[in-house]
Design a protein around this ligand. Sequence first.
Ligand code: NDP
Length: 313
Amino acid sequence: MDTIKTKCLIIGSGPAGYTAAIYASRANLNPVLCEGMQPGGQLTITTEIENFPGYPNGITGPAMMDEFKQQALRFGADVRPDSVTSIDLSARPFIANTDNDTVIEADTVIIATGASAKYLGLPDEEKYRGMGVSACATCDGFFYRKKRVAVVGGGDTACEEALYLSTLAKEVYLIVRKDKLRASKVMQRRVLDTANIKVLFNTNTVGLFGEDGVEGAHLVKHLGTEKEERFDIEIDGFFLAIGHTPNTSLFEPAITLDHMGYIKTYDDTTATNIPGVFAAGDVADPRYRQAITAAGMGCKAAIDVERFLLEEE
Ligand code: NDP
């Protein structure tokens, strides 16, 4: 078992984690960054990123995250492929254990663990997970070339996934529970203008069916009203794009969460309820959830750490 000490432990390797690492390294805090189960974070499973300033022609998620990582390494951040499996936040230094049998003693911690995809909660999602049910079109879309698929959700993610799948699949159903899309206007237009995407408004999924994998979905239009209408669609793939849950379980119950389960930060800073513990990115941001805002919060967290340590001295 290896024990290392650091002034700043950063947990998570999305835009928030890497930006914090870049700033903390440049401030001579010699940060240790644990990449976690999904190195690069959620952006590594998106397609093209068109709205991050500095990339006028867009860039793929994995390529952008690799550039973030290289920039953090350039300034000496200790980036490790470890996942933190437990952390004691009850006293300082904080003690974290990783899945590589490393113990990290940290004067401060930046939590940048992001968020994970939500599921509808249908038993069939479990039954067919990996057999037609997915929450990542970019990861699994390839398997559905020239087939029929459905995407659930009406936000930007759902539209993005439907558009991506429309380039591979024969037909894409977009299952939207309301009578309108929540996505930005530009994404809505793209979806509505795509010939092989069929948007099913006012529609809920109540089950899936199939012998050895998904062969179709049971849908209900106008669920719970007089106009309720049940019907089935034939599909080979069922993609969830209904939002995310912040990844906070490692820090509970020590860390204070807001009513939606996101880490609560105080006084317009990234400070949490525990002195020396800061939070940045999607794990602490129910509102904006963008790569650029996560990066901004990562920068703020590193500056907050620097000031916190200076004040202590
Ligand atoms: P959102 O929270 O914006 O949208 C979730 C969608 O899923 C909504 O349409 C919601 O329906 C629907 N939904 C939620 N629960 C259920 C359920 N149980 N059954 C059926 N439908 C459900 O999440 P996104 O992941 O789309 O986006 C998150 C943030 O990231 C947003 O701010 C978005 O703008 C941003 N984003 C930006 C991108 C870009 O700019 N390129 C790409 C992807 C995301 P309802 O509307 O009825 O609540």
